[in-house]
Design a protein around this ligand. Structure first.
Ligand code: CP
Length: 309
């Protein structure tokens, strides 16, 4: 029987191509399940999962929780805002207290890069990284590339540009790793100040001109400017950013071909893309959200099957 090469999902950089193929094949099965009248299976009936969110989330938190319920897992939820973290408790103490309630798996979002990896070395439970600062967001990259595979049949050979705030984006880094593992060509596009210096070492192309980038690509993954991670201004004003890097209907109409628009959410409508673009037939943003549930079911099912052995 095939199994994942890893015991935790800490980042795409720890996966290989066979892991991604296995996750996608398993997600294909679960996507059929969640489109049936009875959407629930008993696969994780004996598994208890804690969702620990030390940073805000809408899509990821709800998607993991729904995926856990569809798999019949027992679920507990924790958000740092109303917890004893504000009284000075450490991350390891918080999680050890939760694990003493016999938890098998932890899904964690945390503002610090490396937090999920740190936890995996100190805690006897399987850890899934639901976003660690500006580092990685592996399930987002899996659902993004799964959505490309769904639309085009395969990811291999596709040209994908990631547009916007690459510097502060965990989605960008995880997508670069996931796209390259699957044989896509990757470009990043944005203001020079929002493109990290190490980017050339990742084997991606860099373009600061949006129209050139969009004319090159098959798919544009539009990122939000992450103001919450910025202590200084990286561009003169939001208006100027939108003029240079915002995708509008007229920008799309000016291209030589029809491209696909993706966005991990949350969208700042009117900044990185207009409502007309976000809601157009070229956008697959809600397909990404739908696929997130099947992908997260697949990841948790495959990791849990390693616990039981
Ligand atoms: N895409 C994403 O991570 O969205 P949330 O921050 O709402 O979870």
């Amino acid at each position: 029987m095939s199994e994942l090469s890893v015991d935790h999902l800490l980042g795409i950089k720890y996966l290989n191509k066979s892991d991604i193929d296995l996750i996608f094949e398993t997600a294909d099965h679960f996507k059929k399940v969640i489109n049936r009248p009875i959407k629930k299976v008993p696969s994780l009936r004996d598994i208890t999962i804690a969702n620990l969110f030390f940073e805000n989330s809408t899509r990821t938190k709800l998607s993991f929780e729904l995926a856990q319920k569809r798999l019949s897992a027992d679920v507990i939820n924790f958000s740092s805002g109303n917890s004893s973290v504000s009284k000075g408790e450490t991350l390891v103490d918080t999680v050890k207290n939760i694990l003493s309630m016999k938890v098998d798996m932890v899904v964690m979002r945390h503002p610090n890069p490396g937090a999920a990896s740190f936890l995996s070395k100190h805690i006897d439970a399987q850890i899934i990284n639901a976003g660690d600062g500006a580092h990685e967001h592996p399930t987002q990259a899996l659902l993004d590339t799964y959505s490309i595979r769904e639309k085009y049949g395969e990811v291999k050979g596709k040209k994908v540009v990631i547009v916007g705030d690459i510097l502060h984006s965990r989605v960008a880094l995880s997508n670069i790793f996931a796209l390259q593992l699957q044989g896509a060509e990757v470009m990043v596009c944005g203001p020079k100040t929002l493109i990290p210096k190490y980017i050339n070492k990742l084997g991606v192309q860099v373009e600061t001109n949006l129209l050139k980038a969009l004319n090159w690509c098959d798919i544009a993954n539009m990122l939000r400017v992450q103001n919450e991670r910025m202590e200084i201004s990286y561009f003169p004003s939001t208006r100027e950013y939108t003029q240079q890097y915002g995708v509008t209907k007229s920008v799309l109409e000016s291209l030589d071909k029809e491209i696909t628009i993706m966005h991990p959410g949350p969208i700042n409508r009117g900044v990185e893309i207009t409502s007309e673009v976000a809601d157009s037939g070229q956008a697959i943003i809600l397909n990404q959200v739908e696929n997130g549930v099947a992908i997260r079911m697949a990841v948790m099912y495959l990791l849990a099957s390693k616990i039981k052995q």
